[in-house]
Design a binder for this molecule. Structure first.
Ligand SMILES: [Zn+2]
Length: 253
């Protein structure tokens, strides 16, 4: 992972003969204790001298001690995936409300590139309408961002073995596995849920009614989207993961 480290030493000690007193030479020592820190403004990891009371960044962002960079990056990812859903949803909404009363313009096309540089060409105006007129494509578009987001978030968490395996992180794991298995829950080992429960009971973000979601053996084979949870429930979970990751990354929630 690319890191911008301005000072590489973790402990730097300056020892200089400074003065003598009563014929006895005294040495004085200044210790700089360098630790990883993250700037919340530019997300750059740097090292700061923790013996100093204030640490700053040129961007003006707040700089905090960093305990776990992977957790910080995943927290940012969770935030981005939630924001991305809003952007995805806004685009689909605009497209559905455009004036499509005019005939399809068959002269307008767009290209999709292949690895070898050749292209596929599709009719822009026609497929713009397909995004909301074709019920199956519309359904896929409603699910595709969240499915991709769950896979991306689950895979990122998997690299760190789901950290402390909090129940809301375990919930992400089951949702991620469900959407990658045809949008259906697959509970291969029901006994494991006793050791590692998967729910949002202690999640730091929930709906105003504190709606509870729990993976139990009985949901095996049930649809993930949108039977078990609706879109905003996934977004609440992403926000909960973000807060949880920051609590691991920088010790504050
Ligand atoms: Zn900065």
């Amino acid at each position: 992972m690319k890191r911008d480290i301005e000072l590489k030493a973790t402990l730097i000690a300056f020892e200089r003969p400074a003065w003598t007193q009563s014929g006895r030479r005294l040495d004085w020592k200044i210790e700089m204790i360098m630790k990883d820190a993250i700037c919340l403004g530019c997300d750059v990891v740097r090292q700061i001298d923790v013996s100093m009371s204030v640490a700053g960044c040129d961007c003006g962002g707040k700089v905090l001690l960093l305990l776990n960079e992977d957790a910080f990056r995943i927290g940012r990812l969770a935030h981005r995936l939630g924001s991305g859903y809003y952007a995805h949803s806004a685009i689909l909404d605009i497209v559905s409300k455009m004036d499509h009363s005019h005939p399809i313009d068959y002269t307008k096309s767009r290209d999709v590139i292949r690895k070898d540089g050749t292209r596929q060409t599709f009719l822009f105006d026609y497929y713009l309408r397909e995004s909301f007129r074709n019920v199956q494509i519309k359904g896929d578009l409603d699910r595709v961002w969240l499915a991709g987001a769950l896979i991306a978030l689950g895979d990122a968490l998997e690299k760190s073995k789901y950290f402390d395996r909090a129940p809301h992180l375990e919930l992400v794991r089951h949702l991620r596995n469900g959407v990658s298995h045809g949008n259906k829950f697959r509970i291969d080992n029901p006994e494991k849920l006793k050791t590692y429960p998967a729910n949002n009971f202690s999640a730091p973000v929930k709906s105003p009614t504190a709606n509870r979601f729990e993976v139990t053996p009985s949901i095996n084979g049930h649809n993930v989207m949108f039977d078990f949870m609706e879109p905003a429930d996934f977004l609440d979970l992403f926000a909960a993961v973000e807060i949880h990751m920051f609590s691991i990354a920088i010790g504050v929630a």
